[in-house]
Design a protein around this ligand. Structure first.
Ligand SMILES: C[S@@+](CC[C@H](N)C(=O)[O-])C[C@H]1O[C@@H](n2cnc3c(N)ncnc32)[C@H](O)[C@@H]1O
Length: 277
């Protein structure tokens, strides 16, 4: 049996299958190093001698919190404040002004960050609204942020970030205005945490009932899925999006060749998608 620094091909195939079945994230066969990097600490903390023993345990037990721990460890949570900046510029300069005009009578807006990781994305949107659209304070604004990872959501709900996380994308004036220092970390103000409704939602399982979304951020998650999963997810997203709403994807993601109901819209350097009219 081929052994790659601690994780056999058979064990890695088992792990890949576990991750795929629960999150739809595809770990390619060349990602063995990820298993070694992230499973070793779990192996040690649980008192197993080697990763093979952990995998053996996972094989022989019904699904429990250790399976969850392993899956969450292998799915990337990479994120940052105002990631890639242009989606946020587009939201600020084009999408929100348009939607605010259209919703002026109902005065209600629903935004969904559908794979929010540690929360930087929904908090960026919350800060952007507070900075540029103070009138929204008197609207009914629902900002839902979800992820399948409970671990990621716990951190997101806490709203506390280290210096490195803060330096990644958060302008100093916003840090000064909306965070306070606790020990060596930065805590977002309580009323920002309250602006976001965090929910655990697995995008590839049944969703809870959600209000139709005027804006959906589904950024940097499609990239981890295979084509049938991307198509199935976009099909559900299009039923979730308001007829005049906007979908934001990651820079390396598109609806093109996956779902013809969306059209690509470019605003300066920002790209987003809406349903074909
Ligand atoms: C790379 S992060 C992207 C975070 C953020 N959207 C951004 O662009 O910065 C991908 C996130 O997708 C989440 N994810 C992966 N598979 C998922 C699934 N099936 N359902 C919900 N979230 C999922 C991961 O837990 C992770 O937090």
């Amino acid at each position: 049996m081929k052994q790659t620094m601690g994780v056999s091909t058979t064990d890695f195939d088992f792990i890949r299958d576990l991750v795929y079945r629960h999150s739809a994230v595809v770990l390619s066969a060349d990602k063995t190093y990820l298993a070694e990097l992230y499973l070793q600490p779990i192996t040690t903390s649980l008192g197993f001698t080697k990763i093979a023993d952990l995998v053996n345990y996972l094989r022989n037990q019904t699904f429990n919190h250790i399976h969850t721990q392993v899956i969450e460890a292998l799915v990337t949570n990479e994120t940052s404040f105002f990631r890639d900046i242009y989606p946020f510029e587009t939201l600020q300069k084009f999408v929100l002004p348009e939607l605010i005009k259209k919703r002026a009578i109902a005065r209600s807006l629903n935004i969904w960050c559908a794979a929010c990781s540690h929360g930087q994305e929904p908090y960026s949107i919350a800060m952007l609204m507070r900075e540029h659209f103070p009138l929204l304070a008197n609207w009914s604004v629902k900002l839902i942020a979800s992820d399948f990872s409970q671990k990621a959501l716990t951190k997101a709900r806490q709203g506390r970030y280290n210096q490195l996380e803060i330096q990644r994308g958060l302008p100093k004036n916003l840090c000064d205005r909306y965070f306070h220092k606790v020990d060596n970390e930065w805590q977002i103000l309580d009323n920002f945490i309250k602006m976001v409704e965090f929910q655990q939602i697995n995008l590839v399982k049944t969703w809870p009932s959600l209000p139709k979304s005027d804006v959906i951020f589904l950024r940097n998650v499609l990239i981890y899925f295979d084509i049938p999963t991307k198509k199935a997810l976009l099909n559900k997203i299009k039923q979730q999006l308001s007829s005049d709403g906007y979908l934001f994807l990651g820079n390396a993601e598109t609806t093109i060749n996956l779902d013809a109901s969306f059209e690509r819209v470019q605003f300066n350097k920002g790209i987003c998608y809406r349903l074909q009219q």
